[in-house]
Design a protein around this ligand. Structure first.
Ligand code: NDP
Length: 246
């Protein structure tokens, strides 16, 4: 089965990579169920996709709350009667030097970027195992491969995510459940807004505006990973702006 007709659930769909991916997949005939905390941008996305003839529904979700994620996944499954892809994409990047001791930011980063993905797996894996098929996708990062100053905790979350997604691949691949990481370098989105340190926030914003990939470039990678034959697992796609060194 190609992407056409597949039921795809996306978190972090109110903005950036998640919103662009929802539009791209809907254009290719997928049936979308999208979530994030803010209801209005989700509703705007639903209106846009439906106006273009796509199939989409939404429900607000806070990925830091296990009950919220479980309700979201359950609603998606009830709405369409199957789950082909769960794309755990929501993320934040509250970068700062460790010396600033922003413990609350560190906790939030792990809660959204790691626990949020694990809650998605906990809610959807039993459904996929009953079905006998499914695919998990997570947005990792080049920061899951390289470490830079000020990104210690963010990189830590993305390294952790890579360990989880690869273990998921090894455990569930034999049961025909695929696990895919999409790992972009700089992308021009709203992610800079989650950077805690004001000076760094502007530096990230300027760098992403200057060299960042378009969110649609990342959406193309997601589309490719979904659109392969079921016995072809795309473990990871690492994509960067050509001019980005690490
Ligand atoms: P955006 O800030 O544009 O989008 C982030 C999305 O995550 C928003 O839809 C936001 O929605 C959602 N989100 C944040 N916190 C929560 C939460 N607690 N519960 C539910 N949703 C939440 O950034 P991107 O599109 O860039 O980020 C998407 C992913 O891509 C992240 O995992 C990020 O780490 C990763 N990434 C981004 C790169 C970049 O350069 N931009 C590079 C590499 C990876 P809302 O606020 O409405 O909840």
């Amino acid at each position: 089965m190609s992407v056409k007709g597949k039921v795809v659930v996306i978190t972090g769909a109110s903005s950036g990579i998640g919103a662009a991916t929802a539009k791209k997949l809907a254009d290719h005939g997928a049936r979308l169920f999208v979530g994030a905390r803010h209801a209005q941008p989700l509703q705007d996305l639903v209106t846009t996709v439906q106006a273009a003839g796509g199939t989409i529904a939404s429900q607000p979700v806070d990925v830091t709350q296990e009950t919220s994620v479980k309700a979201f996944i359950t609603a998606a499954h009830a709405h369409y009667g199957r789950l082909d892809v769960v794309y755990n994409n929501a993320g934040i990047m509250p970068n700062s030097p460790l010396s600033e001791g922003r413990v609350a930011d560190w906790e939030a980063a792990f809660q959204v970027n790691v626990m949020g993905v694990l809650y998605g797996i906990a809610a959807a894996l039993p459904i996929m195992k009953r079905q006998g098929f499914g695919q998990f996708i997570a947005t990792d990062s080049n920061a899951g491969h390289v470490i830079n100053p000020n990104a210690a905790v963010y990189a830590g979350t993305k390294f952790a995510l890579r360990a989880i997604m690869d273990a998921l691949r090894q455990e569930e691949g034999p049961h025909m459940i695929r696990s895919t990481m999409i790992s972009p370098g700089n992308v021009t989105t709203n992610l800079w807004q989650s950077v805690g340190n004001t000076g760094l926030q502007q530096a990230v914003r300027q760098r992403e505006a200057a060299i960042g990939l378009r969110p649609e470039d990342v959406a193309n990678a997601v589309l490719y990973a979904i659109d392969q034959p079921e016995d072809v697992g795309i473990d990871e796609i690492l994509l960067r702006p050509t001019v980005q060194q690490n």
